[in-house]
Design a protein around this ligand. Sequence first.
Ligand code: UT7
Length: 327
Amino acid sequence: MKFAKIVGLGKHLPPKKLTNSDLEQMVDTSDEWIFTRTGIKERRIAEKGVSASRLAEEAARIALKRAGLKAGQIDVIIFATITPDSQFPSSACYLQDALKARRAAAFDISAACAGFVYGITTAWQFIAGGLYKNALVVGSEVLSTITDWDDRSTCVLFGDGAGAAVLTESSSAGVLGSYLGADGHEADLLKLPAGGSRIPASHESLEQKLHTIQMKGNELFRFAVRVMVDAAHQAMGQAGIQSGDIALLVPHQANTRIIDAVSKRLQLPREKVYVNIDKYGNMSSASSAVALCEAWEEERIGKDDIVVLDAFGGGLVWGSTVIRWTE
Ligand code: UT7
């Protein structure tokens, strides 16, 4: 069994901001409601035609530079997204071409907001098993393209962005443990119903807005807290660490009230929990990726720190990864 560590992080957020006061002009909502219920102040929106792979390319270039690796040295690209460039080819293949990462295998994974954790875990296992040496994992979303801008219960929540991480084989353990979970029985709580083989695109599917996010927020909230706490405990158990060893929890950014409830149950004080939802809203797979990158950029993570990723999303899926920072 070989070890893997993260050697480069990058992020890219489209420049255009959509504030809560902008949303007040679009639907029946208020800055006060959005901020107190979710913690969100503003989010980023990609320009028309900017795809998930395009956002990811910017983030990946930064991560590769920081890792000191050329794109040609990457063995595999794992692209987490629920807003792929197209059904196929995968966004990973578009990214492989844009980066000229010619020898990289490339594929997408669909694990919604837990996509980055699923991706990091997959990359870790590829490296640990000896198949690959260098992996690029991205979480990239253009959620603005699947948002119903007339539905105040969802349109205030989501934003666009991308984050990337380069993992490489190492002589000591960076990734210490990981846990992934799923419950397809609860798929109806959060979904984009049409556009696949179950409900192919049609005039009816468009009229019924079945190509936009549908969510039962209240039920998800309770589920999220329970499974995020459980996932973190499972991953910590596998890594052989306790809550007190954690230097920073980097949770999925869906709602500050979810983050607070999870942190409390994990007995972590606020200063050990990274939150940036106020600036970006919920970016699904990109949330954890961007949060991890920003936490590192802001020097909230230092050498030998134990960092825990913890995420949850549509599927339903969830997961947590424990990392010892080696740089
Ligand atoms: O990324 C992973 C997946 N996402 C999640 O895990 C999200 C989890 N859920 C949540 O974060 C929260 O449930 C929400 C933020 C989505 C909603 O917060 P809530 O406290 O659960 O509100 P609610 O859905 O129970 O709605 C409360 C009230 C309702 O009005 P009535 O029925 O009490 O009169 C809604 O119609 O708030 C109303 N409401 C709004 N009011 C102003 C819903 N959306 C809005 C809005 N502005 N944007």
